[in-house]
Design a protein around this ligand. Structure first.
Ligand code: T4K
Length: 374
């Protein structure tokens, strides 16, 4: 019998009645965008939840990155990693900057800080590290390097919503942290994002960029775009924020069940979880050593798909080898990123994924091994 499709993720949605109650006032006010009541409420609640001084709400995580790079008035080279979603690299390039790719570490696939300084030139203006899969970068070392060389640090925190390290909210690190609230994220506003920052002037420039630079009905003092979060998305944020701790708790159970099933299997490495991090269980990456396991990443993906289970190759290929960048970068310059990207898959994880289905997914993976190694 064909089983129901299991996708890599499934957006969390509040009870329909809860959302309907939340948006009812929009029919009274007819104020549905341009920093209305929901926007203001959600912004305040978000700042409190993330434990940050200031957060600017925007239309999506990508614009959070682009606007931050632009608001800082950066020029020249930006050190970043290619083991990420297209958005990180595209945001740098679309802002007129040149990405310089640093390799990642094998421990948690974030930027290899031991290589950053060798990539700094007189044209380097910033570092854009990625908390990939919600693994927090080596923030102390990045901070040290940035201070020593006078560089800005903008974290791509798209995967790290709600996480803390040593009790400090992830949005407090660097000069700015950019979050994504896309449907596929741990926390969603359908589409949406936010930039957490400390510098008040940066906040003013971000606001200009998100709202055409308008300051009052007759004053336009900045050359801005339009990246406002609308009231329906903000209302979704208000509802989903009420349930976020429960959501993360349910994801944790899925994560632990995967670990219980897969730990100790030769050739399979679930990513390590740092003990000083309060994790959000955004993704479940699994690194496959085909020689030891007896099957490679792609054959596992295929086998799962035959069983209506759709894991993903986040993040393959690495961004420096994208077709649109052909000839511009050398993907071989980041061999660890290349290797991990070729051998990693992300398994389905979301709050509503049953333990029965987690077990089924793991059984399918185990069935990929040839009889000789079982
Ligand atoms: N930086 C990083 C490191 C990021 O990972 C991202 C986004 C960004 C920046 C930019 O943030 P945003 O501008 O997106 O806010 C998905 C997401 O669209 C993207 O937000 C995310 N990263 C990326 C890692 O994953 P795709 O191309 O894989 O999406 P798609 O449509 O294939 O959906 C993935 C799965 O989710 C599907 O199997 C089905 C399921 N799904 C998806 C949607 C949209 C649903 O069940 N319901 C839905 O409504 O990029």
């Amino acid at each position: 019998m064909a089983q129901k499709k299991i996708l890599v993720t499934r957006p969390s949605m509040p009870d329909m009645d809860e959302y309907t109650a939340e948006i009812k006032s929009l029919w009274d006010s007819h104020w549905i965008t341009n920093m209305g009541a929901k926007h203001r409420t959600f912004q305040a609640q978000l700042e409190e939840y993330l434990g940050v001084g200031s957060a600017e709400l925007v239309v999506n995580g990508h614009m959070a990155l682009e606007m931050t790079l632009q608001a800082m008035g950066l020029e020249g080279e930006v050190i970043t990693t290619p083991f990420t979603f297209a958005s990180t690299t595209h945001a740098i390039v679309r802002s007129g900057l040149t990405p310089v790719f640093c390799d990642i570490n094998r421990k948690n696939y974030t930027i290899d800080t031991s290589q950053i300084e060798s990539l700094i030139t007189e044209n380097t203006c910033a570092i854009v590290p990625v908390h990939v899969y919600g693994c927090i970068c080596d923030i102390e070392e990045i901070d040290r390097i940035a201070k020593k060389h006078g560089l800005k640090v903008i974290y791509d925190a798209a995967h790290a919503f709600g996480e803390t390290r040593k009790g400090i909210g992830v949005g407090n690190f660097g000069d700015a942290s950019c979050f994504s609230f896309h449907a596929t994220k741990v926390f969603n506003t359908i589409e949406g994002g936010a930039i957490c920052y400390k510098d008040r002037e940066l906040g003013e420039r971000l606001y200009d960029l998100k709202n055409f630079g308008i300051h009052g009905s007759e004053c336009v003092s900045g050359i801005g775009a339009n990246a406002k979060m609308n009231e329906f998305c903000a209302a979704m944020g208000i509802c989903n924020l009420r349930h976020i701790d429960e959501e993360i708790g349910r994801r944790k159970k899925v994560h632990l069940r995967y670990r219980k099933n897969l730990n100790g299997i030769k050739g399979l490495s679930p990513r390590a979880v740092d003990h000083d991090v309060d994790f959000n269980y955004a993704y479940f990456p699994l690194l496959v050593d085909s020689e030891k396991f007896g099957a490679d990443r792609d054959s596992i993906i295929e086998k799962l798909a035959e069983n209506n289970i759709f894991a993903r190759k986040y993040f393959y290929p690495i961004t420096s080898s994208f077709e649109c960048y052909r000839g511009m970068f050398d993907p071989e310059a980041t061999p660890v990123a290349m290797e991990i990207s070729r051998n990693i898959l992300t398994l389905p994880i979301y709050a509503g994924l049953s333990m029965k289905n987690v077990d089924r997914i793991c059984e399918c993976i185990m069935e990929c091994r040839p009889p000789a190694v079982t």
